[in-house]
Design a protein around this ligand. Structure first.
Ligand code: PEP
Ligand code: MG
Length: 589
Protein backbone atom coordinates (compact mmCIF):
# COMPACT_ATOMS: atom_id res chain seq x y z
CA UNK A 1 0.00 0.00 0.00
CA UNK A 2 1.36 3.41 -0.94
CA UNK A 3 1.86 5.92 1.85
CA UNK A 4 4.09 8.91 2.42
CA UNK A 5 6.12 10.27 5.31
CA UNK A 6 6.81 13.97 5.65
CA UNK A 7 10.14 15.24 6.84
CA UNK A 8 12.40 18.20 6.13
CA UNK A 9 13.80 18.74 2.65
CA UNK A 10 17.55 18.99 3.12
CA UNK A 11 19.11 17.93 -0.12
CA UNK A 12 17.46 18.34 -3.47
CA UNK A 13 16.67 15.79 -6.12
CA UNK A 14 14.79 12.57 -6.45
CA UNK A 15 16.08 9.14 -5.54
CA UNK A 16 14.22 5.94 -6.29
CA UNK A 17 15.46 2.78 -4.65
CA UNK A 18 15.09 0.00 -2.13
CA UNK A 19 15.19 0.66 1.59
CA UNK A 20 18.09 -0.58 3.66
CA UNK A 21 17.10 -0.21 7.27
CA UNK A 22 19.75 0.29 9.89
CA UNK A 23 17.42 0.34 12.81
CA UNK A 24 19.70 -0.36 15.72
CA UNK A 25 23.17 1.04 16.23
CA UNK A 26 23.93 -2.13 18.24
CA UNK A 27 23.70 -3.95 14.94
CA UNK A 28 25.76 -1.53 12.90
CA UNK A 29 27.57 -3.47 10.21
CA UNK A 30 29.20 -2.82 6.87
CA UNK A 31 27.02 -2.86 3.77
CA UNK A 32 28.63 -3.90 0.50
CA UNK A 33 28.04 -6.16 -2.44
CA UNK A 34 29.98 -9.36 -3.01
CA UNK A 35 30.72 -10.91 -6.39
CA UNK A 36 28.74 -13.93 -7.58
CA UNK A 37 31.91 -16.01 -7.20
CA UNK A 38 32.18 -14.94 -3.56
CA UNK A 39 28.66 -16.09 -2.64
CA UNK A 40 29.78 -19.54 -1.36
CA UNK A 41 32.50 -17.83 0.68
CA UNK A 42 30.03 -15.43 2.28
CA UNK A 43 27.66 -18.28 3.11
CA UNK A 44 30.58 -20.14 4.60
CA UNK A 45 31.45 -17.14 6.78
CA UNK A 46 27.89 -17.17 8.05
CA UNK A 47 28.02 -20.91 8.71
CA UNK A 48 31.28 -20.56 10.63
CA UNK A 49 29.86 -17.69 12.72
CA UNK A 50 26.71 -19.67 13.47
CA UNK A 51 28.66 -22.84 14.33
CA UNK A 52 30.87 -20.90 16.74
CA UNK A 53 27.85 -19.54 18.59
CA UNK A 54 26.14 -22.96 18.60
CA UNK A 55 29.25 -24.58 20.09
CA UNK A 56 29.53 -21.85 22.68
CA UNK A 57 25.88 -22.26 23.72
CA UNK A 58 26.12 -26.05 23.84
CA UNK A 59 29.21 -25.80 26.03
CA UNK A 60 27.39 -23.44 28.34
CA UNK A 61 24.41 -25.76 28.44
CA UNK A 62 26.65 -28.62 29.58
CA UNK A 63 28.29 -26.55 32.31
CA UNK A 64 25.36 -24.95 34.03
CA UNK A 65 24.81 -27.77 36.48
CA UNK A 66 21.57 -28.66 38.13
CA UNK A 67 20.72 -25.81 40.46
CA UNK A 68 17.15 -24.50 40.48
CA UNK A 69 18.06 -21.24 38.71
CA UNK A 70 19.82 -23.31 36.10
CA UNK A 71 16.54 -24.54 34.69
CA UNK A 72 15.59 -21.10 33.57
CA UNK A 73 18.96 -20.50 31.99
CA UNK A 74 18.90 -23.85 30.34
CA UNK A 75 15.48 -23.14 28.83
CA UNK A 76 16.77 -19.84 27.52
CA UNK A 77 19.75 -21.50 25.90
CA UNK A 78 17.39 -23.99 24.30
CA UNK A 79 15.42 -21.13 22.81
CA UNK A 80 18.60 -19.53 21.49
CA UNK A 81 19.77 -22.82 19.98
CA UNK A 82 16.39 -23.30 18.39
CA UNK A 83 16.44 -19.80 16.90
CA UNK A 84 19.95 -20.39 15.55
CA UNK A 85 18.68 -23.41 13.65
CA UNK A 86 15.52 -21.70 12.48
CA UNK A 87 15.02 -22.34 8.77
CA UNK A 88 13.43 -18.97 8.12
CA UNK A 89 16.50 -17.26 9.49
CA UNK A 90 18.98 -19.45 7.65
CA UNK A 91 17.18 -19.54 4.31
CA UNK A 92 16.33 -15.86 4.45
CA UNK A 93 19.94 -14.89 5.08
CA UNK A 94 21.12 -17.17 2.28
CA UNK A 95 18.73 -15.61 -0.15
CA UNK A 96 19.90 -12.05 0.67
CA UNK A 97 23.42 -13.21 -0.13
CA UNK A 98 22.61 -15.32 -3.18
CA UNK A 99 19.94 -13.18 -4.81
CA UNK A 100 20.99 -9.72 -3.75
CA UNK A 101 24.73 -10.29 -3.33
CA UNK A 102 24.69 -8.62 0.10
CA UNK A 103 27.72 -9.28 2.30
CA UNK A 104 27.07 -11.75 5.11
CA UNK A 105 26.61 -9.21 7.92
CA UNK A 106 24.22 -7.09 5.87
CA UNK A 107 22.22 -10.20 4.92
CA UNK A 108 21.97 -11.25 8.56
CA UNK A 109 20.71 -7.87 9.78
CA UNK A 110 18.29 -7.61 6.85
CA UNK A 111 16.73 -10.95 7.78
CA UNK A 112 16.67 -9.96 11.44
CA UNK A 113 14.65 -6.93 10.45
CA UNK A 114 12.16 -9.06 8.48
CA UNK A 115 11.72 -11.59 11.30
CA UNK A 116 11.64 -8.86 13.94
CA UNK A 117 8.55 -7.39 12.27
CA UNK A 118 6.88 -10.81 12.34
CA UNK A 119 7.57 -11.10 16.07
CA UNK A 120 6.17 -7.59 16.62
CA UNK A 121 2.89 -8.65 15.06
CA UNK A 122 2.45 -11.77 17.23
CA UNK A 123 -0.53 -11.80 19.58
CA UNK A 124 1.08 -14.00 22.21
CA UNK A 125 3.17 -11.95 24.68
CA UNK A 126 5.65 -14.75 25.31
CA UNK A 127 6.33 -15.25 21.61
CA UNK A 128 6.51 -11.52 20.94
CA UNK A 129 9.20 -11.15 23.57
CA UNK A 130 11.36 -13.71 21.81
CA UNK A 131 12.38 -10.93 19.40
CA UNK A 132 14.95 -9.84 21.97
CA UNK A 133 16.41 -13.36 21.95
CA UNK A 134 16.64 -13.30 18.19
CA UNK A 135 18.47 -9.96 18.36
CA UNK A 136 20.87 -11.39 20.90
CA UNK A 137 21.80 -14.40 18.85
CA UNK A 138 22.21 -12.34 15.67
CA UNK A 139 24.50 -10.02 17.58
CA UNK A 140 26.47 -13.02 18.81
CA UNK A 141 26.85 -14.36 15.28
CA UNK A 142 27.93 -10.93 14.05
CA UNK A 143 30.54 -10.79 16.78
CA UNK A 144 31.70 -14.26 15.93
CA UNK A 145 32.10 -13.09 12.34
CA UNK A 146 33.82 -9.91 13.58
CA UNK A 147 31.61 -7.88 11.32
CA UNK A 148 31.28 -4.78 13.42
CA UNK A 149 32.02 -1.46 11.73
CA UNK A 150 30.12 1.76 11.14
CA UNK A 151 26.86 1.20 9.25
CA UNK A 152 27.85 3.20 6.23
CA UNK A 153 31.54 2.48 6.18
CA UNK A 154 31.11 0.19 3.26
CA UNK A 155 34.20 -0.91 1.39
CA UNK A 156 34.43 0.43 -2.13
CA UNK A 157 32.12 -1.20 -4.63
CA UNK A 158 33.10 -4.61 -5.81
CA UNK A 159 34.21 -4.90 -9.42
CA UNK A 160 31.06 -6.64 -10.59
CA UNK A 161 28.75 -3.99 -9.27
CA UNK A 162 26.49 -2.67 -11.97
CA UNK A 163 26.08 1.02 -12.58
CA UNK A 164 22.74 2.51 -13.42
CA UNK A 165 21.99 5.19 -15.97
CA UNK A 166 22.79 7.84 -13.36
CA UNK A 167 25.93 6.04 -12.25
CA UNK A 168 24.34 5.04 -9.00
CA UNK A 169 25.12 1.78 -7.30
CA UNK A 170 22.61 -0.88 -8.22
CA UNK A 171 21.26 -3.88 -6.51
CA UNK A 172 21.94 -6.44 -9.25
CA UNK A 173 18.82 -8.51 -8.86
CA UNK A 174 16.37 -5.65 -8.59
CA UNK A 175 18.20 -3.14 -10.75
CA UNK A 176 17.50 -0.47 -8.17
CA UNK A 177 19.81 1.72 -6.13
CA UNK A 178 19.72 1.56 -2.36
CA UNK A 179 18.49 4.14 0.11
CA UNK A 180 19.61 4.19 3.74
CA UNK A 181 16.87 4.55 6.34
CA UNK A 182 18.21 5.17 9.81
CA UNK A 183 17.41 6.91 13.07
CA UNK A 184 20.24 9.41 12.77
CA UNK A 185 23.56 9.95 11.04
CA UNK A 186 26.47 11.86 12.47
CA UNK A 187 28.38 14.37 10.32
CA UNK A 188 31.40 12.04 10.51
CA UNK A 189 29.36 9.12 9.16
CA UNK A 190 28.03 11.38 6.44
CA UNK A 191 31.56 11.93 5.22
CA UNK A 192 31.85 8.26 4.39
CA UNK A 193 28.69 8.38 2.39
CA UNK A 194 30.62 9.04 -0.80
CA UNK A 195 32.23 5.64 -0.55
CA UNK A 196 29.08 3.83 0.40
CA UNK A 197 26.55 2.02 -1.74
CA UNK A 198 23.67 4.35 -0.92
CA UNK A 199 22.22 7.00 -3.22
CA UNK A 200 20.06 8.78 -0.68
CA UNK A 201 18.99 8.68 2.93
CA UNK A 202 16.11 9.22 5.29
CA UNK A 203 16.48 9.84 9.01
CA UNK A 204 13.99 9.96 11.87
CA UNK A 205 15.62 13.02 13.39
CA UNK A 206 17.59 16.09 12.38
CA UNK A 207 17.06 19.72 11.35
CA UNK A 208 17.36 21.47 8.02
CA UNK A 209 20.69 23.13 8.81
CA UNK A 210 22.09 20.36 11.00
CA UNK A 211 25.59 19.46 9.89
CA UNK A 212 24.37 16.10 8.63
CA UNK A 213 21.99 17.93 6.30
CA UNK A 214 24.73 20.31 5.21
CA UNK A 215 27.06 17.47 4.27
CA UNK A 216 24.20 15.77 2.40
CA UNK A 217 23.70 18.93 0.39
CA UNK A 218 27.36 19.21 -0.39
CA UNK A 219 27.38 15.61 -1.61
CA UNK A 220 24.29 16.40 -3.68
CA UNK A 221 22.42 13.34 -2.45
CA UNK A 222 18.63 13.49 -2.20
CA UNK A 223 17.84 13.33 1.50
CA UNK A 224 15.02 13.87 3.94
CA UNK A 225 15.67 14.30 7.66
CA UNK A 226 13.30 14.56 10.60
CA UNK A 227 10.97 12.03 8.93
CA UNK A 228 9.80 10.85 12.33
CA UNK A 229 9.19 7.15 12.74
CA UNK A 230 10.49 6.36 9.28
CA UNK A 231 12.51 3.50 10.78
CA UNK A 232 9.29 2.16 12.28
CA UNK A 233 7.11 2.57 9.22
CA UNK A 234 9.50 1.56 6.46
CA UNK A 235 10.41 -2.08 6.05
CA UNK A 236 13.58 -3.65 4.81
CA UNK A 237 13.58 -3.68 1.02
CA UNK A 238 10.50 -1.45 0.58
CA UNK A 239 10.47 0.48 -2.66
CA UNK A 240 11.04 4.17 -1.82
CA UNK A 241 10.96 7.50 -3.56
CA UNK A 242 12.82 10.31 -1.83
CA UNK A 243 11.60 13.68 -2.97
CA UNK A 244 14.40 15.82 -1.61
CA UNK A 245 12.77 19.06 -2.80
CA UNK A 246 9.49 18.47 -1.00
CA UNK A 247 10.89 16.61 2.04
CA UNK A 248 8.73 13.63 1.21
CA UNK A 249 9.34 9.90 1.31
CA UNK A 250 6.88 7.84 -0.72
CA UNK A 251 6.77 4.23 0.41
CA UNK A 252 5.70 1.46 -1.93
CA UNK A 253 4.56 3.84 -4.68
CA UNK A 254 1.89 2.81 -7.18
CA UNK A 255 3.02 2.39 -10.82
CA UNK A 256 1.44 5.77 -11.69
CA UNK A 257 3.29 7.65 -8.91
CA UNK A 258 6.51 5.86 -9.80
CA UNK A 259 6.18 6.79 -13.48
CA UNK A 260 5.46 10.38 -12.52
CA UNK A 261 8.58 10.59 -10.37
CA UNK A 262 10.72 8.99 -13.07
CA UNK A 263 9.61 11.78 -15.42
CA UNK A 264 10.43 14.40 -12.75
CA UNK A 265 13.83 12.78 -12.23
CA UNK A 266 14.52 12.96 -15.97
CA UNK A 267 13.47 16.62 -16.08
CA UNK A 268 15.72 17.48 -13.15
CA UNK A 269 18.67 15.79 -14.90
CA UNK A 270 17.95 17.83 -18.04
CA UNK A 271 17.73 21.06 -16.04
CA UNK A 272 21.15 20.30 -14.55
CA UNK A 273 22.63 19.74 -17.98
CA UNK A 274 21.29 23.06 -19.22
CA UNK A 275 22.61 24.86 -16.11
CA UNK A 276 26.06 23.45 -16.70
CA UNK A 277 26.35 25.75 -19.75
CA UNK A 278 26.66 28.65 -17.29
CA UNK A 279 29.86 27.34 -15.78
CA UNK A 280 32.12 29.79 -17.64
CA UNK A 281 29.61 32.65 -17.75
CA UNK A 282 30.70 35.53 -15.50
CA UNK A 283 28.36 36.11 -12.60
CA UNK A 284 27.13 39.63 -13.38
CA UNK A 285 23.73 41.19 -12.76
CA UNK A 286 21.68 42.86 -15.51
CA UNK A 287 22.98 46.25 -14.35
CA UNK A 288 26.56 45.07 -14.60
CA UNK A 289 27.50 44.38 -10.97
CA UNK A 290 29.88 41.49 -10.48
CA UNK A 291 28.96 38.99 -7.76
CA UNK A 292 31.47 36.64 -6.16
CA UNK A 293 30.34 33.01 -5.93
CA UNK A 294 32.38 30.91 -3.52
CA UNK A 295 32.16 27.29 -2.42
CA UNK A 296 31.76 25.70 1.00
CA UNK A 297 33.79 22.51 1.34
CA UNK A 298 34.31 19.90 4.05
CA UNK A 299 37.27 17.92 2.74
CA UNK A 300 40.22 18.88 0.53
CA UNK A 301 38.95 16.66 -2.30
CA UNK A 302 35.80 18.81 -2.48
CA UNK A 303 37.93 21.58 -3.99
CA UNK A 304 37.66 19.71 -7.26
CA UNK A 305 33.86 19.90 -7.14
CA UNK A 306 34.12 23.58 -6.33
CA UNK A 307 36.33 24.32 -9.28
CA UNK A 308 34.17 22.16 -11.59
CA UNK A 309 31.16 24.24 -10.52
CA UNK A 310 33.02 27.38 -11.57
CA UNK A 311 33.49 28.76 -8.04
CA UNK A 312 35.57 31.93 -7.65
CA UNK A 313 37.27 30.33 -4.66
CA UNK A 314 36.48 28.58 -1.40
CA UNK A 315 34.55 30.80 1.00
CA UNK A 316 34.39 28.26 3.82
CA UNK A 317 36.56 25.19 4.36
CA UNK A 318 35.02 23.54 7.44
CA UNK A 319 38.33 22.25 8.77
CA UNK A 320 36.69 20.40 11.67
CA UNK A 321 35.86 17.54 9.33
CA UNK A 322 39.58 16.73 9.31
CA UNK A 323 39.26 16.17 13.07
CA UNK A 324 36.36 13.72 12.91
CA UNK A 325 36.40 9.94 12.79
CA UNK A 326 39.90 9.77 14.27
CA UNK A 327 38.77 8.18 17.55
CA UNK A 328 39.82 11.21 19.52
CA UNK A 329 43.30 11.50 18.03
CA UNK A 330 43.87 15.01 16.67
CA UNK A 331 45.46 15.58 13.28
CA UNK A 332 49.03 16.83 13.60
CA UNK A 333 50.63 19.81 11.87
CA UNK A 334 51.95 17.79 8.91
CA UNK A 335 48.66 15.96 8.40
CA UNK A 336 46.75 19.23 8.39
CA UNK A 337 49.33 20.96 6.22
CA UNK A 338 48.92 18.24 3.60
CA UNK A 339 45.12 18.55 3.68
CA UNK A 340 45.14 22.35 3.33
CA UNK A 341 47.78 22.14 0.58
CA UNK A 342 45.59 19.73 -1.32
CA UNK A 343 42.63 22.11 -1.19
CA UNK A 344 44.83 25.02 -2.29
CA UNK A 345 46.23 23.02 -5.20
CA UNK A 346 42.70 21.87 -6.11
CA UNK A 347 41.61 25.49 -6.47
CA UNK A 348 44.51 26.31 -8.81
CA UNK A 349 45.35 29.79 -7.59
CA UNK A 350 41.87 30.87 -6.47
CA UNK A 351 41.54 31.96 -2.82
CA UNK A 352 40.79 29.35 -0.15
CA UNK A 353 39.19 30.50 3.12
CA UNK A 354 40.07 28.05 5.87
CA UNK A 355 37.95 28.25 8.98
CA UNK A 356 39.65 27.14 12.15
CA UNK A 357 38.12 24.14 13.83
CA UNK A 358 34.46 24.40 14.84
CA UNK A 359 33.99 21.35 17.02
CA UNK A 360 31.14 20.97 19.47
CA UNK A 361 27.31 21.10 19.38
CA UNK A 362 26.19 18.74 16.61
CA UNK A 363 29.80 18.14 15.46
CA UNK A 364 31.28 16.31 18.42
CA UNK A 365 34.60 14.52 18.54
CA UNK A 366 35.54 12.37 21.46
CA UNK A 367 38.70 14.29 22.35
CA UNK A 368 38.53 16.67 25.28
CA UNK A 369 34.86 17.55 24.83
CA UNK A 370 32.82 17.11 27.97
CA UNK A 371 29.87 14.86 27.57
CA UNK A 372 27.59 16.14 30.32
CA UNK A 373 24.16 15.53 28.93
CA UNK A 374 22.51 18.16 31.09
CA UNK A 375 24.59 20.90 29.51
CA UNK A 376 23.79 22.63 26.25
CA UNK A 377 26.70 22.03 23.87
CA UNK A 378 25.52 24.69 21.39
CA UNK A 379 26.12 27.30 24.09
CA UNK A 380 29.22 25.66 25.48
CA UNK A 381 32.81 25.00 24.60
CA UNK A 382 32.36 25.15 20.85
CA UNK A 383 34.44 26.50 17.94
CA UNK A 384 36.94 29.26 18.93
CA UNK A 385 36.05 28.70 22.59
CA UNK A 386 37.38 25.17 22.32
CA UNK A 387 40.42 26.34 20.35
CA UNK A 388 41.31 28.93 22.96
CA UNK A 389 40.89 26.38 25.72
CA UNK A 390 43.50 24.16 24.06
CA UNK A 391 46.16 26.57 22.75
CA UNK A 392 48.54 23.80 21.71
CA UNK A 393 45.93 22.26 19.44
CA UNK A 394 45.03 25.70 18.08
CA UNK A 395 48.65 26.72 17.42
CA UNK A 396 49.21 23.44 15.59
CA UNK A 397 46.31 24.26 13.30
CA UNK A 398 47.40 27.87 12.81
CA UNK A 399 50.95 26.84 11.88
CA UNK A 400 49.63 24.32 9.36
CA UNK A 401 47.36 26.93 7.76
CA UNK A 402 50.07 29.60 7.65
CA UNK A 403 52.52 27.16 6.05
CA UNK A 404 49.93 26.13 3.46
CA UNK A 405 49.39 29.82 2.67
CA UNK A 406 52.86 29.84 1.10
CA UNK A 407 51.40 27.69 -1.70
CA UNK A 408 48.52 29.95 -2.76
CA UNK A 409 46.10 32.63 -1.60
CA UNK A 410 44.62 31.70 1.80
CA UNK A 411 42.27 33.51 4.11
CA UNK A 412 41.89 32.54 7.74
CA UNK A 413 38.40 32.59 9.24
CA UNK A 414 37.58 32.37 12.95
CA UNK A 415 34.22 30.95 14.05
CA UNK A 416 31.92 32.04 16.88
CA UNK A 417 33.80 35.01 18.23
CA UNK A 418 31.82 37.29 20.48
CA UNK A 419 34.05 39.06 23.03
CA UNK A 420 36.76 41.64 22.38
CA UNK A 421 39.06 39.67 24.67
CA UNK A 422 38.61 36.51 22.58
CA UNK A 423 39.41 38.50 19.45
CA UNK A 424 42.62 39.87 20.92
CA UNK A 425 43.67 36.51 22.30
CA UNK A 426 43.07 34.87 18.91
CA UNK A 427 45.09 37.47 17.04
CA UNK A 428 47.92 37.19 19.52
CA UNK A 429 48.03 33.40 19.04
CA UNK A 430 48.19 33.94 15.26
CA UNK A 431 51.17 36.25 15.77
CA UNK A 432 52.75 33.67 18.05
CA UNK A 433 52.27 30.93 15.45
CA UNK A 434 54.10 33.12 12.91
CA UNK A 435 57.02 33.67 15.27
CA UNK A 436 57.24 29.92 16.01
CA UNK A 437 57.55 29.31 12.27
CA UNK A 438 60.16 32.08 12.03
CA UNK A 439 62.14 30.40 14.81
CA UNK A 440 61.94 27.09 12.98
CA UNK A 441 62.93 28.80 9.73
CA UNK A 442 59.86 27.39 7.99
CA UNK A 443 58.24 29.26 5.08
CA UNK A 444 54.73 30.58 5.45
CA UNK A 445 52.41 32.92 3.56
CA UNK A 446 50.48 36.09 4.20
CA UNK A 447 46.86 35.56 5.21
CA UNK A 448 43.93 37.89 5.48
CA UNK A 449 42.14 37.21 8.77
CA UNK A 450 38.36 37.30 9.06
CA UNK A 451 35.69 36.57 11.64
CA UNK A 452 32.41 34.79 11.37
CA UNK A 453 29.39 36.80 12.40
CA UNK A 454 27.13 34.09 13.70
CA UNK A 455 26.10 35.20 17.16
CA UNK A 456 23.63 38.10 17.55
CA UNK A 457 26.04 39.90 19.88
CA UNK A 458 28.65 39.86 17.13
CA UNK A 459 26.18 41.17 14.56
CA UNK A 460 25.32 44.02 16.94
CA UNK A 461 28.97 44.98 17.43
CA UNK A 462 30.26 44.72 13.87
CA UNK A 463 32.40 47.91 14.13
CA UNK A 464 34.49 46.25 16.85
CA UNK A 465 35.09 43.28 14.57
CA UNK A 466 36.04 45.53 11.66
CA UNK A 467 38.62 47.24 13.83
CA UNK A 468 40.52 43.95 14.09
CA UNK A 469 39.62 41.93 11.00
CA UNK A 470 40.13 42.22 7.24
CA UNK A 471 36.73 40.76 6.40
CA UNK A 472 33.72 39.03 7.91
CA UNK A 473 31.54 36.14 6.84
CA UNK A 474 27.97 35.83 8.08
CA UNK A 475 27.17 32.35 9.35
CA UNK A 476 23.41 32.48 9.01
CA UNK A 477 22.89 28.90 10.19
CA UNK A 478 24.03 29.75 13.68
CA UNK A 479 22.88 33.35 13.55
CA UNK A 480 19.30 32.09 13.08
CA UNK A 481 19.69 29.43 15.78
CA UNK A 482 21.04 31.86 18.36
CA UNK A 483 18.75 34.79 17.48
CA UNK A 484 15.57 32.74 17.62
CA UNK A 485 16.68 30.27 20.33
CA UNK A 486 15.87 27.37 18.02
CA UNK A 487 18.19 24.36 17.91
CA UNK A 488 19.14 23.99 14.24
CA UNK A 489 19.40 20.20 14.60
CA UNK A 490 16.06 19.63 16.31
CA UNK A 491 13.24 18.71 13.93
CA UNK A 492 10.60 19.30 16.59
CA UNK A 493 11.20 23.07 16.42
CA UNK A 494 12.11 23.19 12.72
CA UNK A 495 8.94 25.18 11.96
CA UNK A 496 10.33 28.01 14.12
CA UNK A 497 13.72 28.06 12.41
CA UNK A 498 13.02 31.01 10.14
CA UNK A 499 15.68 32.75 8.02
CA UNK A 500 13.11 35.43 7.22
CA UNK A 501 12.34 36.43 10.80
CA UNK A 502 12.60 40.26 10.92
CA UNK A 503 15.21 40.07 13.70
CA UNK A 504 17.45 37.80 11.64
CA UNK A 505 17.06 40.00 8.56
CA UNK A 506 17.84 43.10 10.61
CA UNK A 507 21.12 41.58 11.85
CA UNK A 508 22.13 40.50 8.35
CA UNK A 509 21.25 43.84 6.78
CA UNK A 510 23.04 45.72 9.56
CA UNK A 511 26.24 43.69 9.14
CA UNK A 512 26.28 44.06 5.35
CA UNK A 513 25.64 47.79 5.40
CA UNK A 514 28.33 48.56 8.01
CA UNK A 515 30.90 46.47 6.13
CA UNK A 516 30.01 48.09 2.80
CA UNK A 517 30.22 51.55 4.32
CA UNK A 518 33.74 50.79 5.59
CA UNK A 519 34.80 49.04 2.37
CA UNK A 520 35.42 45.74 4.21
CA UNK A 521 34.69 42.38 2.61
CA UNK A 522 31.49 40.68 3.73
CA UNK A 523 30.01 37.43 2.53
CA UNK A 524 27.31 35.01 3.65
CA UNK A 525 28.48 31.42 4.07
CA UNK A 526 25.42 29.94 5.81
CA UNK A 527 22.76 27.98 3.95
CA UNK A 528 20.88 31.17 3.06
CA UNK A 529 23.57 31.92 0.48
CA UNK A 530 22.64 28.82 -1.51
CA UNK A 531 18.89 29.34 -1.33
CA UNK A 532 17.68 30.65 -4.70
CA UNK A 533 14.52 32.10 -3.19
CA UNK A 534 16.67 34.49 -1.09
CA UNK A 535 19.24 35.57 -3.69
CA UNK A 536 17.45 38.74 -4.82
CA UNK A 537 16.77 39.77 -1.23
CA UNK A 538 20.45 39.44 -0.27
CA UNK A 539 21.54 41.29 -3.41
CA UNK A 540 19.09 44.08 -2.56
CA UNK A 541 20.58 44.29 0.95
CA UNK A 542 23.99 44.91 -0.60
CA UNK A 543 25.58 41.46 -0.52
CA UNK A 544 28.14 40.90 -3.27
CA UNK A 545 29.76 37.66 -2.11
CA UNK A 546 27.94 34.36 -1.58
CA UNK A 547 29.48 31.11 -0.34
CA UNK A 548 27.55 27.85 -0.68
CA UNK A 549 27.93 24.15 -1.40
CA UNK A 550 29.18 23.68 -4.96
CA UNK A 551 26.00 22.01 -6.20
CA UNK A 552 24.10 25.30 -5.75
CA UNK A 553 26.52 27.64 -7.49
CA UNK A 554 25.09 27.45 -11.01
CA UNK A 555 21.52 27.84 -9.80
CA UNK A 556 22.43 30.97 -7.86
CA UNK A 557 24.37 32.28 -10.86
CA UNK A 558 21.28 31.78 -13.02
CA UNK A 559 19.29 33.90 -10.57
CA UNK A 560 21.98 36.60 -10.46
CA UNK A 561 22.04 36.86 -14.26
CA UNK A 562 18.34 37.76 -14.10
CA UNK A 563 18.65 40.31 -11.28
CA UNK A 564 18.74 44.06 -11.58
CA UNK A 565 20.16 45.42 -8.35
CA UNK A 566 19.00 48.96 -9.16
CA UNK A 567 15.46 47.72 -8.77
CA UNK A 568 16.10 45.51 -5.75
CA UNK A 569 17.43 47.81 -3.04
CA UNK A 570 14.26 49.69 -2.05
CA UNK A 571 12.22 46.49 -2.37
CA UNK A 572 14.65 44.54 -0.12
CA UNK A 573 14.41 47.14 2.64
CA UNK A 574 10.62 47.02 2.29
CA UNK A 575 10.76 43.25 2.79
CA UNK A 576 12.83 43.37 5.96
CA UNK A 577 10.56 45.95 7.56
CA UNK A 578 7.47 43.80 7.24
CA UNK A 579 5.96 42.04 10.22
CA UNK A 580 5.93 38.87 8.15
CA UNK A 581 8.65 39.18 5.51
CA UNK A 582 8.13 35.67 4.12
CA UNK A 583 4.54 36.41 3.08
CA UNK A 584 5.53 39.74 1.55
CA UNK A 585 8.50 38.18 -0.22
CA UNK A 586 6.36 35.50 -1.78
CA UNK A 587 3.74 37.97 -2.98
CA UNK A 588 6.14 40.56 -4.28
CA UNK A 589 8.72 38.41 -6.11
C1 PEP B 1 26.90 28.97 9.86
O1 PEP B 1 26.71 28.88 11.08
O2 PEP B 1 26.10 29.57 9.09
C2 PEP B 1 28.07 28.36 9.23
C3 PEP B 1 28.36 28.56 7.97
O3 PEP B 1 28.83 27.54 10.01
P1 PEP B 1 28.39 26.05 10.39
O4 PEP B 1 27.17 25.70 9.57
O5 PEP B 1 29.53 25.16 10.08
O6 PEP B 1 28.10 26.16 11.85
MG1 MG C 1 28.31 28.25 12.37
Amino acid sequence: MTFSIHGLPVSRGIAIGRAVLVASSRMDVAHYFVTKEDVPLEIDRLRIGRDKVTEELERLQKNIGFRETSNELSALIDVHLMLLKDEELINGVKSWVTDRLYNAEWALTSQLEVLGRQFDEMEDDYLRERKADLEQIVEKVLRAMKGFVSPILAPMASPTLQYGANNSFMDESQELPLILVTHDLSPAEMLHFKQSVFVGFVTDVGGKTSHTAIVARSLDIPAVVGARQSTQLIRQDDLLIIDGDAGLVVVDPSPVILADYRIKQGQADLALVSLSCLRHTPSITIDGIEIELLANIEMPEDALLASQAGADGVGLFRSEFLFMGLSGHLPGEEEQYRAYSKAIEGMGGLPVTIRTVDIGADKPIEHGIRNDLHLNPALGLRAIRWSLSDPEMFMTQLRAILRAAALGPVKLLIPMLVHGAEIRQTLSLIRMARSQLDERGVAYGEVKVGAMIEIPAAALTVPTFLKYFDFVSIGTNDLIQYTLAVDRADESVAHLYDPLHPAVLFLIANTISICNAQGKGVSVCGEMAGDVSLTKLLLGLGLRSFSMHPSQILKIKHEILQSDIGKLTTWAYDVIHQEDPSVYLEKSQ
